[in-house]
Design a protein around this ligand. Structure first.
Ligand code: HPA
Length: 279
């Protein structure tokens, strides 16, 4: 059997030994959004470290566990902490948790992250809904033997971010009076922040925000046919747009500053998705 699939099934079976919970929506929490867990009616917690073979994050500010529970009556699974390619994991390990949540039943997924602002009209604290992404600078997580059980060899990526979920997200932001911008996310490997020349290039090819996580997760979710929605918290202006050097502390500080708004937006979006899509 395909080794990547075998590992995934092995992790899936271990989680299923711990819980029979069937989530409808999966949520990945980015930097500073860890507190979102407190807003959920949590029924089960599965620590990543309790799953043999599961990638565990090494970055400060990233916990490592799945929360299973309800947001109003919507069954959700929440990833508190993710792993990144720059930590040294294979790209197939980086995306394993997202695939696992889809296998557990989530047909819709909401991805969040902290990102650098490339679009000059953004400021730290801006929230940006992803309309598309550029992954050409990171290895594809779909490289290798295709996992036919999950999806096709050559998946379509012409509409990664689901229009219906995006419209619910935008309406929710409107209702809550939370400013929400839209844009294209570009993923680089990190761990260094980019150079000003790289940011100029990224802007020239159409990127509005830059990060080190979300696009490959969106790609595997689409490969499996899940519907994807994603929001970036612009935690800093990208390299060259600011006189100060970039630091992880700045990223965490801004993410914490807008955490309350961000949490409110995601919480209510999930409720509205539940209502509109009859979950
Ligand atoms: N670049 C890449 N990733 C990031 C940034 C950035 O400026 N800010 C937060 N994540």
């Amino acid at each position: 059997m395909n080794q990547v699939y075998e590992k995934l099934l092995n992790c899936y079976n271990q989680v299923r030994e711990k819980t029979s919970f069937e989530p409808k929506i999966a949520l990945v929490l980015g930097s500073g959004l860890g507190g979102f867990g407190d807003t959920i009616d949590v029924r089960e917690v599965v620590e990543y470290s309790s799953i043999d073979g599961f990638p565990v994050s090494t970055v400060s500010g990233h916990n490592g566990r799945f929360l299973f529970g309800y947001i109003e009556n919507v069954p959700v699974v929440v990833m508190q902490g993710r792993v990144h390619y720059y930590e040294g994991y294979k790209m197939t390990d980086v995306v394993l948790p997202v695939r696992l949540m889809c296998m557990l039943g989530a047909k819709k997924i909401i991805l969040t992250n902290a990102a650098g602002g490339i679009n000059k009209t953004f400021t730290p604290g801006t929230l940006m809904a992803l309309t598309d992404h550029i992954t050409s600078f990171v290895p594809s997580p779909l490289i290798g033997q295709n996992i036919d059980e999950l999806g096709v060899r050559f998946p379509d990526m012409s509409c990664v971010y689901d229009r219906k979920m995006l419209s619910i997200l935008k309406n929710t932001a409107n209702e809550l009076d939370i400013p929400l911008r839209e844009g294209v996310y570009i993923q680089f490997t990190g761990p260094s922040y980019e150079t000003p020349a790289e940011i100029n290039m990224a802007r020239t090819i159409g990127a509005d925000a830059v990060g080190m996580s979300t696009a490959v997760e969106a790609m595997v979710a689409r490969h499996m046919g899940a519907e994807v929605c994603a929001v970036s918290c612009i935690s800093n202006m990208a390299a060259g747009l600011n006189t100060k050097p970039l630091t992880h502390e700045e990223v965490k500080e801004t993410a914490d500053m807008v955490a309350e708004q961000f949490q409110k937006l995601i919480y209510n979006t999930i409720i509205n998705i539940g209502k509109e899509l009859a979950i």
